[in-house]
Write a protein that binds this ligand. Sequence first.
Ligand SMILES: Nc1ncnc2c1ncn2[C@@H]1O[C@H](COP(=O)(O)OP(=O)(O)OP(=O)(O)OP(=O)(O)OC[C@H]2O[C@@H](n3cnc4c(N)ncnc43)[C@H](O)[C@@H]2O)[C@@H](O)[C@H]1O
Length: 205
Amino acid sequence: MINYQEFDQSFVDRLVEKLRALYEPDLFSHSYQTMAFAERMAEKYGVDQGRTKVASLLHDYGRAFPSQDLVALVQEKKISCTQFELENPDLLHALAGPELIRENFGIWDPQILSAVRKHTVGSLQMSPLDHIVYISDKVELYRSYPGVDILRRTALGDLNEAFKLCYRQSLIYVLNDGKPLHPDSCKIWNQMLQHLQNFSSSYSG
Ligand SMILES: Nc1ncnc2c1ncn2[C@@H]1O[C@H](COP(=O)(O)OP(=O)(O)OP(=O)(O)OP(=O)(O)OC[C@H]2O[C@@H](n3cnc4c(N)ncnc43)[C@H](O)[C@@H]2O)[C@@H](O)[C@H]1O
């Protein structure tokens, strides 16, 4: 029997093959490239490689399910979810992801499940692993929007700055699309600026 809580390379390899068979090709390529970028970031920032690979590979697992199934799942399992999120089902794949991953892969690791849940809107409390998965999703090799190269370089140089730039990028993307912004976004943005300001003033003594 596979010990699902040991995220060694053999576990990762088997997970890659399962997802290759399960996902549409575009979703598989995106997930694989997100893992490849996250791996580089984990090495740079000293974050657990196995967890990083599993979380980044599975971050979009909820995307393999139709929206109506995700709505039914969050209601049936009473997954913590706001009215705004229910009305914007693009956001549900991140919220339903942890439950689906527990059920279908037997992965209960809280750090992995946290990174999956927070990869779309972020959160007021994010670990380095949460940041790595969030950023890698936005800058993986197949993303090709203007400015993505700068985001990639920053991602491998300064984790806090990279999260700030990627978060800003996502907010602009949502606004330009004319979509409603998640109510938590403003709080997350302001808290991040405060944190960066405190960090830089304590650093400069
Ligand atoms: N705070 C918030 N409030 C409300 N809704 C929110 C939100 N944050 C994210 N969302 C929405 O939630 C959805 C899911 O976000 P994610 O979970 O981050 O995106 P995804 O599953 O990888 O894919 P999707 O197809 O939906 O998005 P895309 O690759 O085009 O894009 C994924 C990301 O890649 C970047 N990106 C991709 N194409 C880009 C482009 N042409 N220009 C600029 N940035 C781009 C952006 O950062 C973008 O967010 C997004 O569509 C987004 O609109």
